[in-house]
Design a protein around this ligand. Structure first.
Ligand code: FAD
Length: 299
């Protein structure tokens, strides 16, 4: 999994590259990690410093600024966080294409003949990235500057009870919000490190359809990605430690989702656990590494 690129000390500069290197992704970066961004001169003291410009941090910063607070917002990678860049937006866009493919394949049931359905996976992903770029101005550094927020691009670190350091600047604050979110967690799966695998941080950069995909974890994110890829023509196996999908949901509701996945052709492998875990431990995932493993969505 690629780490976030290291940023130079004073401003954002041009280090962030979202793959593939194409117009839409450059437009995204222009908005949410502008290469030419110059961090502002810090105020003498902020009412609020927010670390992390994902959904939580953006709402906190915009809300406080709207109430007249002096606010600094610190982001080390892409404003918009997971939701815009590698979460809600790209995944729901992918699901829309998957639904179109499924409806077309199923259309004869409704008396509509479409002929053989062909999925252009590259075009699906181009659309996904174009929509993401098109929405990115909502979370942009420029927009938040106009909302009256001082936007600092760089890694935020606490330097004292009321101090945060970012990109060689020191921000003094009265209150701070830590909204640094989460990332996909690594699993002790035999052979995983040797296999090429994806996470939510890389799966939306695909340009070619994987022939086979093992998805580890049948929570909501695993289920939706499994269904989307299956409907787009990948042979998907869904690995789950528990007895069925959506273990935290009402069993009746989970059974409906499970039925839908099976109808789409997803192979379910419940009861897979990593080595050394007791059967009751619940959150483990196991599967011998296949040619492609991912995305691992456990958090
Ligand atoms: C595939 C997928 C699909 C999803 N679909 C949905 C959905 O349909 N609906 C829904 O409601 N939710 C969905 N989610 C969940 C949603 O994305 C998260 O709940 C949401 O992004 C959490 O927002 P956050 O602000 O808490 O954290 P994040 O979005 O993780 O933002 C945290 C930010 O903090 C930054 N940061 C971290 N450390 C530092 C530091 N030291 N200095 C500066 N910046 C830092 C990070 O770079 C990041 O930008 C989905 C998630 C995934 C992965």
């Amino acid at each position: 999994m690629p780490e976030h690129p290291v940023l130079p000390s004073r401003s954002a500069a041009s280090q962030v590259l979202v793959l593939p290197d194409e117009e839409a992704n450059r437009r995204l970066v222009e908005n949410v990690h502008p290469p030419d961004w110059i961090n502002p001169e810090p105020a003498s003291r902020y009412n609020l410093v927010v670390i992390g410009a994902g959904r939580a941090g953006l709402v906190a910063a915009a809300g406080a600024a709207g109430l007249g607070a002096r606010v600094a917002l610190v982001e080390r990678h892409l404003m918009g966080g997971d939701c815009l860049n590698v979460g809600c937006v790209p995944s729901k866009t992918l699901l829309r294409s998957a639904r179109a493919a499924s409806d077309a394949a199923d259309s004869a049931r409704y008396g509509v003949e479409t002929g053989e359905v062909a999925v252009d996976f590259g075009a699906v992903m181009v659309r996904l990235r174009a929509i993401r770029a098109g929405l990115s101005h909502h979370d942009s550094a420029e927009r938040f500057r106009h909302l009256g927020v001082d936007v600092f691009i760089g890694e935020g670190r606490f330097a004292g009870r009321d101090l945060v350091d970012v990109a060689s600047r020191r921000l003094r604050f009265r209150r701070a919000v830590i909204a640094t979110g989460s990332r996909a967690r690594s699993r002790p799966i035999e052979g995983l490190e040797d296999a090429r695998y994806l996470t939510n941080e890389t799966v939306f950069s695909l340009t070619e359809r994987p022939g086979r995909l093992a998805v580890s974890g049948a929570g909501p994110l695993g289920c939706e990605l499994a269904q989307a890829f299956q409907r787009l023509g990948t042979r998907v196996t869904l690995l789950e430690a528990g007895a069925h999908v959506l273990a935290r949901e009402d069993p009746d509701a989970a059974a409906i989702v499970e039925r839908a996945l099976l109808d789409d052709g997803v192979r379910l492998e419940p009861g897979r656990r990593p080595p050394g875990r007791s059967p009751g431990s619940g959150d483990g995932r196991q599967g011998r590494a296949r040619r492609e493993i991912g995305p691992r969505t456990g958090r």
